[in-house]
Design a binder for this molecule. Sequence first.
Ligand code: TRP
Length: 323
Amino acid sequence: MERILSGYRPTGMIHLGNYFGSLVNWIKLQSEYDCYFEVADYHALTTYYQHTDELPDYKLEMARDWLAAGLSPDKATIFIQSLVPEHAELHVLLSMLVPVPWLERNPTVKEMIRDMNLQGNVTYGLLGYPVLQAADILIYKAKCVPVGQDQLPHIELAREIAKRFNHLYGETFPVPEPILSQHPKVPGIDGRKMSKSLQNAIFIRDTYEDIEKKVYQAFTDPKKIRLGDPGHPEGCVVFAYHNLVNKDEIAQIETDCRSGKLGCVECKKRCAHAIYEFFTPVREKLQNFTLEKTKEILVEGSRKARKVAQATLEEVKERMHLK
Ligand code: TRP
């Protein structure tokens, strides 16, 4: 079976952007591939090194969201990055062969710096985090990496690093390919990319009241002001959410928005309900995964992952004449 690796930074709970951007794919692919999914806690430090007190909670709670949404330890290896320290060692080795301009031109890192106001405060770890990500992927010799659209520059870098390594030291790593979901880019309530750090996210654990409040604030067609005005669903965030969670009604909503029959208030109300209901089964399943059980799953997964990672690292060190 071919191998897959992916992961998220544990900087908060799972939101619609994570869920539709890649988690749905992970759930599907876990039955078809030998899958590794990591809680990327080293990665979380790239921007949250000053606030690590919440990290232990986020690691477990994010993994609980994954499990409740349908990832299964019987099908996939689910683990914590820092429990497999070989990732860090491979990162050091790979960092030696990565020219700095390859990192400086990365549009996703640039966007993070801009959105999080990090200008002048870019750490070595943040600039180099796509190399760590390449180490995550290559240490499992993963062929495919299911991600959201924002991660494509990182996969491109992992491909370049794999090729460069193979060229210098002999064929070692498969060149990994990204796998995008049907909805690789989900807008946040302000119309920008949905992201925890932009505070524009709807989380799968949000209460109905939270969701309603957020959807009511959401960015809609600016030309549609009152009931009867014809709407333009293509630029509307609320319509984008209907398209994710309310497939059965989407055609009718589009028609009624365009004709002016459906006003934004009513449309938002239906949207908030649809989002809440879509995730009811996930919220219910959270109860099946206590923190203790989740921890057990992650520790066991990390033990399995570590065996594979150790074998690859040995091979890499031999090829680089470090052994
Ligand atoms: N950078 C990813 C994110 O911000 C998380 C991540 C870490 C990842 N390592 C990875 C994704 C390896 C895919 C493969 O969400």
